[in-house]
Design a protein around this ligand. Sequence first.
Ligand code: AMP
Ligand code: GLY
Length: 424
Amino acid sequence: MNILLVGSGGREHALAWKMAQSPLLTRLVAAPGNPGVARLCEVRPELKADDAEGLAALAREIRADLVVVGPEVALAAGLADRLAAAGIPCFGPTAKAAQLETSKAFSKDLLQRHGIPTAGYGVHETVADAKAALDRFQPPYVIKADGLAAGKGVAISPDRRDAEAEIERMLGGRFGAAGARVVIEEFMDGEEGSLFALCDGQRAVLFGGAQDHKRAFDGDLGPNTGGMGAYSPAPVFTPDLVQQADERIVQPTLRAMAAEGAPYRGVLYAGLMATADGPKVVEFNARFGDPECQVLMMRMAGDIVPYLLACARDDVSGLKPPQFKPQTVICVVLAAKGYPDSPLEGSIIRGAEQDFGPHVQVFHAGTRRRSDGQLAAAGGRVLNVCAEGQDIDEARQRAYAAIRQIDWPGGFHRTDIGWRALER
Ligand code: AMP
Ligand code: GLY
């Protein structure tokens, strides 16, 4: 099989690493890819992930039997729609179905229409309207930009003054068009987890869970980020919680999307809160989580390709439930100093490409290969150090031991990834 992989982050490096092990694979091409991906397969760095036309042309050029889409920007740009028109199977939803992620108002309205558990909310277009709506909520106030904001479009405000300032900032253009509307919603108390399901437009097969660490600094302090680390399995996902989430959230969402003419194909990422009243939706994403994908790829036993292909060909019914190793896998994100606001660009990284042994993988995210062959930082989240162990403690020790061997003064990382699991 010829496969085109779209994206350039650690998620895509992990997908490339897993797919490269598939006996079904003939040729793997990644666009744009990154220097880590380039060690595994062909890359087309000149193509950007939101260039739907260029990517569809590349899929035709390499006679792709499957296109695997990593990032949401490609979905929002309509890549799946173009590929459908060209008759090329695509792992990833149409732009319409991807609204589950690209518009929080769309997903909240869908959940409400279909009685799927989530926080109570309102959608507002003007500052006056949004401020008045705060009357209906208690602090802390949860305020979200409607559109895509790279994981940074959510504010949790401790008091009304702060909430009003956030409303002014968001509706005042801080996130551009993504902030043309804001969602204000009820604060949900509980522990969060990310649950994944592989979907064929009608049905969903659960694909494991993980827990992410969204805040930049230790102790869950600092600004929200795209994710500073993850681990799987996450103890928050008891068998009971997973079953409730499948029955009350995942399957009803698939049915709702099909009924509303936007059948959902690809991976559904359900960001869930385990509340006293059971699991509720915090958000949906239309793609694998980053860095959750990295830990899932390392934990998955067997070949991923048949699963991705079954979704893309609209039939997951013949799939066996995916198997995961019992080991715990942890991923620690190394980010450039200044991330998420203004990551320092171009600092040299040494020691990241050595062999760390059988239990550790280092995936590249925002790296660049300089003309002198050295690796340099070229983004916010730069490297993902992933390790497996018999338990969370062993996995953590291996990951942090590997990090100590990487010489990168321009970077930082959290030292407490997995703390919730360790404290249990
Ligand atoms: P989101 O981008 O929607 O996942 O939001 C980012 C983070 O904000 C989530 O991971 C939660 O930690 C937090 N958050 C979002 N919505 C809520 C809510 N309704 N209640 C409590 N925390 C929330
Ligand atoms: N790690 C969170 C996300 O991928 O959105």
